[in-house]
Design a protein around this ligand. Sequence first.
Ligand SMILES: Nc1nc2c(c(=O)[nH]1)N[C@@H](CN(C=O)c1ccc(C(=O)N[C@@H](CCC(=O)O)C(=O)O)cc1)CN2
Length: 302
Amino acid sequence: MAQVIDGRAIAQSIHKEIAHDVSYLSNKCGKVPGLAVVIVGERKDSQTYVRMKRKACAEVGMKSIDVDLPGDAPEEKVLNAVLDLNANPQVHGISVQLPLPPHINEEKVLSAISIEKDVDGFHPLNIGKLAMKGREPLFVPCTPKGCIELLQRSGVSISRKRAVVVGRSNIEGLPAALLLIRLDATVTIVHSKTPDPKSIISKADIIIASLGQANMIKGDWIKPGAAVIDVGTNAVDDLTRNSGYRLVGDVAFEEVKEVAGWITPVPGGIGPMIVAMLLRNTVDGVKRACDCKSSKLHEETS
Ligand SMILES: Nc1nc2c(c(=O)[nH]1)N[C@@H](CN(C=O)c1ccc(C(=O)N[C@@H](CCC(=O)O)C(=O)O)cc1)CN2
């Protein structure tokens, strides 16, 4: 029976670490880390995530700068909002909530964010550096960074392990694979066109599932003892709920739990870590800018 990794509890302890750093930066360096979250449109799921990001900022003592634009805002308006935030000294990080409405060129908007404030790590320069040996990105995307944090804080070793990433999206699958390679795992990416995914997944010590297909990965696809991180968030009909739906992952949780060594639930696994990593990236950016080393932060505040 797998150990269920509690993403909410791990994210909460990271929030405490961040609050510690924020207090030091505010009191000793006179810098209150500021995160700008930009939302374009009224998608319900995006509004939920944006609310969570803003609430988390308040909880750890960070400043939240809110930019809410209507769904029909022209691209130029979104680009101008980003340029204003780039120039605002109170803003240390900018998160433009994805997906953007279809009339807006996502690449253009993400490329307009100053790389020093690209706390989502989506700027092509940051992704490019993540992909290159010997180069260090300023920021790593939050979902894959959260996956690694969950593995490491649960005692799962990564080096020399066989890892399979299911999905190849720019913000999840692809950067997750790049991070695992940096940590010396041997990595295979399985995607929607891969023949016989089961035969590949069943050899993995570590699985990061991010394809967006409800309950796709079954118990008999899993090597006994493997670590399974479920990044899928799929809404399935559930008439017993007031909302009429519930969230499930890409992994058939109940059956995989019987075989795996570690597993994350949905909800309550990677989700809360995405927000925690965004705050972590923002605070780390401020530390880098004012040359406050984290060891010094912990020494002086503990
Ligand atoms: N600019 C960005 N856009 C998007 C990102 C991102 O990292 N940056 N990732 C996702 C959305 N996302 C954050 O933005 C996100 C997704 C899920 C959660 C979360 O905590 N989920 C909960 C369930 C919440 C619910 O009940 O609906 C969980 O899994 O426990 C947080 C953030 C795409 N866009």
